[in-house]
Design a protein around this ligand. Structure first.
Ligand SMILES: Cc1cc2nc3c(=O)[nH]c(=O)nc-3n(C[C@H](O)[C@H](O)[C@H](O)COP(=O)(O)O)c2cc1C
Ligand code: SF4
Length: 462
């Protein structure tokens, strides 16, 4: 537990420190293998995307490499806007060099001419470390033949949604496009069902181009130099056949020691919660774990699940990006549902009316129930919106609302009944949306301004 290769014992803060760990071996191996050989190595490794979906990385690279267009692009997604996660920022702080090398290898493998790293403008420490690492790697000739640019973006949760991230890289707001990046990539000149296309770039040949673009999470790309340097078989000695490697997990909430740690995939959730996260607070018992606000709740009967994509899916939930938000028996699950739903309702961009309207109304009705002024009709209306909230959705945010709220209703019906019957909350306690701004040495700081954020993305005065 806690031992792996992505999170070093002490921060890798110079090129020499990275070279001492084998830095440069990955890109040299890729250059020896050639683009197709590099994609084959990724496929053989079984690496799956660490951004939440677990999509096979080699297959994604092969798809983009085979796509048509004058240019291809690669994007590292370091936006990390989901609640309960700090792992990408930990990786960027502790070893930005591995991400730069992974990005350069990805660009080489798919034939990209430009690469971008998308992250929040508020990630000041990470931007500083990445900027230094990029300069060091470029000077040493280890950043490949690709231009790599940092793109500081806005605070919105949707920044990390891949179709919205491309918009931001093009200088627009984080509103998800219709088509996925491998079909409609950066600076595409093809109109997208009414979407305004970009002007033709130099070298453009045909009337329209889709510029297939590869988007990978920062942790996914950080694995790449190690896989190329040490080989896919080495990578497969870690984890399980369907979920090889390690995963960098975050644990916050009602635990003794909030933590970011690297664990071998297949490690049992309970071992993570009781080991590095220090177990429950004294005298308390856990009752719920959420993998971010994107997946159905994990109740105590499933705390012993192995952390693999296949095990979490088989138990009706998702591993996501291994960000675990833990609640104990003092927490009100109606309030948890309200806080999560409010986050999603506020962050929804409103391009798909059922998502914005549905999540907004679900939040209002949850608030009424939590205050003790709810009625059976509120449950009925919440149920009916949960059936429609994803209608016509351009992105997965609406599905997150459906999955997380309906799972809480399903798993804790007695808590909703208690509120409706007694007209009060039996477990009054503040629940804060765990959007992390700092996590160090067991101390976590959440973004207090999130509670003041309004559905039009402005903020109420403090
Ligand atoms: C609302 C929303 C927010 C997301 N935020 C992030 C994020 O901050 N970082 C990230 O890597 N992926 C995020 N994703 C997933 C990305 O869209 C995309 O699937 C991922 O970057 C792909 O990388 P991977 O294949 O390496 O996992 C988000 C998805 C949604 C729907
Ligand atoms: S599903 Fe929701 S968040 Fe996603 S594009 Fe539509 S309105 Fe925006």
């Amino acid at each position: 537990m806690g031992d792996g290769f992505l999170l070093p014992d002490r921060p890798v803060d110079s090129l020499d420190a990275w070279l001492a760990l084998g830095g440069g071996d990955g890109i040299r191996a890729a250059q020896r293998l050639g683009p197709e050989g590099t994609v084959d190595e990724l496929r053989a490794s079984g690496l799956r995307g660490r951004g939440g979906g677990g999509f096979p990385t080699g297959a994604k690279w092969a798809g983009v490499a085979a796509g048509r267009g004058t240019h291809r692009y690669v994007v590292a997604n370091a936006a990390e806007g989901e609640a309960g996660t700090f792992k990408d920022r930990r990786l960027l702080r502790d070893n930005p060099y591995q991400l730069i090398e992974g990005l350069a290898i990805a660009a080489f493998a798919i034939g990209a001419r430009d690469a971008f790293i998308g992250l929040k403008a508020s990630f000041a420490v990470e931007i500083e470390r990445l900027t230094k690492a990029l300069a060091d790697m470029t000077d040493a000739g280890l950043a490949g033949d690709v231009s790599i640019q940092l793109v500081p973006g806005p605070e919105e949760y949707l920044l990390g949604e891949e179709k919205a991230l491309l918009e931001v890289i093009e200088g627009k707001d984080p509103l998800p496009r219709l088509l996925p990046p491998y079909l409609h990539g950066l600076f595409s000149t093809a109109p997208q069902m009414g979407w305004i296309s970009a002007p033709h770039e130099p070298g453009h040949r045909g009337p329209h181009e889709s510029n297939p673009t590869l988007v990978n999470n920062a942790e996914t790309l950080s694995n790449v130099p190690w896989i190329l340097a040490r080989g896919p078989q080495w990578f497969r000695t870690l984890g399980t056949p369907s979920s090889p490697g390690t995963i960098v997990a975050t644990v916050v909430g009602d635990v003794a020691h909030p933590v970011v740690t690297e664990v071998e995939m297949g490690t049992h959730l309970s071992a993570l919660l009781r080991g590095p996260a220090g177990g429950p607070l004294p005298g308390r018992a856990w009752k719920a774990v959420f993998s971010g606000v994107a997946n159905p709740v994990v109740d105590p009967s499933r705390f012993d699940l192995p952390m693999t994509y296949e095990a979490f899916t088989a138990h009706g939930t998702g591993l996501g990006a291994a960000r675990f938000i833990v609640y104990d028996d003092t927490a009100c699950m109606v309030e948890v549902a309200r806080v999560f739903s409010q986050f999603l309702a506020v962050e929804s961009c409103g391009q798909c009316p059922p998502c914005k309207l549905g999540s907004g109304e679900i939040t209002e009705r949850l608030e009424r129930i939590e205050r003790g002024t709810g009625a059976d009709d509120d449950i009925t209306r919440i149920g009916s919106w949960l059936g429609q909230v994803t209608d016509g959705a351009r992105c997965y945010l609406a599905t997150e609302e459906r999955e997380v709220v309906s799972s809480i209703l399903r798993c804790y019906p007695e808590e909703f009944a208690e509120h409706l019957e007694t007209g009060r909350c039996p477990r009054p306690r503040e629940i804060v949306l765990p959007k992390i701004v700092e996590l160090e040495d067991g101390r976590v700081i959440y973004d207090e301004s999130q509670a003041r954020k309004r559905p039009d993305w402005t903020y109420a005065p403090a």
